[in-house]
Ligand binder design. Structure first.
Ligand SMILES: Nc1ncnc2c1ncn2[C@@H]1O[C@H](COP(=O)(O)OP(=O)(O)O)[C@@H](O)[C@H]1O
Ligand SMILES: [Mg+2]
Length: 302
């Protein structure tokens, strides 16, 4: 019986072509792929997870690489599946990196510099007032957000006073706030697969915006990382136990050191347009992912 893996991968921005390359390379190694394996369409019966007639839990591995389209149901099954077969990323790492507080906490606890942050119960308004006095500027962040959406810069007591009634109206459990880092409005996105450096590019915020996200108007540019940045990204990926990670790093001008903003568990490959610009790490990333799938499924075969 040959090895079999399930793949659920994003299709936009060149994802479909990347998937085809991965499938081809896996085939060359005798590994059969079942692509388009959307757990949204799966169901559970008699202790098995089915997708059409396929028993997903009998596969040797599940590769989940679709950030945008996960429903709660899918994520629920991803969790169950990861208890019985290897998944990339592991559900544990996926869940961790989906949450900015959990990620920053674990990183900081393990000595990786991150922006300073605080977590408080939602009733602890007075702490926020204390913190803004101390930090001068801070960022309110939804812990499960993406693309810079919902990030709110709080620059003074007045902004805080204005925001608090709204936050109190929402059914929040807590406040997660970060000190606003003084930086040059550019970042490094460093891709890591299986503890190895894959590639790096930079993003620059547009005009007056302080967020580098493409969805917030930021633009991508070619950027070489130094060893310190690469080591930091590798360390962050290891702490988060992410087989695949895109680590976002900025340089804190006040602390004079690099800090990790977040770890993305499903970092996009370079799009065809970005490849034209010179972002040329896709093939290396594909190779390392195929190696990783090969390695993780080998033990089962013997
Ligand atoms: N503490 C901070 N200080 C200054 N800028 C920040 C801070 N946190 C985030 N940013 C900016 O906002 C962008 C989005 O923040 P991030 O935490 O990566 O959330 P998202 O998941 O929305 O990308 C970052 O790329 C960075 O440009
Ligand atoms: Mg980000």
């Amino acid at each position: 019986m040959g090895r079999k893996v399930g793949i659920w991968m994003y299709q936009n921005g060149g994802g479909d072509k990347i998937e085809k390359k991965i499938v081809k390379k896996l085939k060359e190694r005798g590994i059969k792929s079942f692509s388009g394996l959307n757990l949204r369409n799966a169901y559970v019966k008699n202790g098995h997870i089915y997708h059409d007639k396929l028993k997903v839990d009998k596969l040797d591995l599940f590769f989940s690489y679709n950030a945008g389209e996960q429903t709660q149901y899918q994520v629920f099954l991803y969790e169950a599946l990861s208890r019985v077969i290897p998944t990339i990323n592991s559900y544990e790492a996926f869940e961790l990196t989906e949450d900015k507080f959990q990620t920053s906490f674990l990183l900081q606890h393990n000595g990786v510099p991150t922006p300073e942050f605080r977590l408080h119960h939602r009733d602890d308004n007075h702490y926020l007032e204390k913190i803004i006095k101390k930090w001068k500027k801070m960022v309110y962040k939804p812990t499960d957000g993406w693309g810079g959406v919902g990030l709110t810069k709080i620059e003074n007591q007045e902004t805080l006073d204005m925001l608090l009634p709204f936050l109190n109206q929402m059914d929040l459990r807590f406040f997660y706030v970060e000190k606003f880092v003084k930086y040059d409005n550019t970042d490094y996105r460093v891709d890591i697969v299986d503890g190895q450096f894959v590639g790096c590019y930079g993003r620059r915020a547009s005009g007056s915006d302080w967020r580098t996200n493409i969805t917030s108007g930021g633009s991508v540019f070619l950027r070489e990382p130094n060893d310190e940045i690469i080591d930091l990204a590798i360390k962050a990926a290891k702490i988060c136990k992410t087989d695949i990670a895109g680590v976002d790093i900025i340089y804190d001008l006040e602390r004079e050191e690099y800090v990790v903003l977040e770890v993305n568990g499903i970092p996009a490959f370079a799009t065809p347009e970005q490849e034209k610009m010179g972002l040329n790490f896709n093939d290396k990333k594909i190779e390392l992912i195929v190696d990783l799938i090969d390695k993780k499924t080998k033990s089962k075969e013997n």
